[in-house]
Design a protein around this ligand. Sequence first.
Ligand code: AMP
Length: 213
Amino acid sequence: MVNIVLLGAPGAGKGTQAMKISQLYNIPHISTGDILRDNLERGTQLGLEAKKFMDRGALVPDSVLIGIVKDRLSEPDTDKGLLLDGFPRTIPQAEALWDIMDQIGKKLDAVIDIEVPDEVLVKRLAGRRMCRCGASYHVIFSPPEVEGKCDHCGGELYQRDDDAENAIKTRLVYYYGQTYPLIDYYGEKGLLRPVNGTGSVDDIFNKISSVIE
Ligand code: AMP
């Protein structure tokens, strides 16, 4: 059983790596971004609230996210381990996570920080195309076999609203202001495991799995 947090700037490859890690270790992939987007598509109150923040690349308020994660971590599938992707993103979220884990008798094993230079992040996000099945592509670096269609399920690819140029800049500002301090926070707890996030998806995945082993 392994309990992991994936840290990294937007575009660092958290989602891509999270899908592979969760398959290999057979642990649930808990992406707060996916949970919010799912609420948005279903038109829930939570989704409508979150949309205002998400579209411009801002962070959704801590209280909302902490509630989502608390509920999700109380589900039984997390007994075999868990992988958090996109949470925590602020110090108050990290402190809340610490308490929640404590209350449910779990502890974090590692916080993997995927490190990628800014200029690479911006290029990755601007060319990113998503499928609703969770797959992600890049118009230049990893295009699908048929333009606009997912290789896995044939679904129509789309660009996330927050991958527009203005929102990308805002997301990086939030990342450096709010999320970057988590590197020191987890460093002090002895949990931080930095991984170089440039190179091929498989190379990065191999580095991450050797850290987990
Ligand atoms: P992601 O898919 O992880 O890039 O998340 C997409 C968007 O959802 C972010 O830009 C935020 O607006 C929102 N979001 C996801 N996770 C969090 C979080 N832990 N705290 C605040 N906002 C979040």
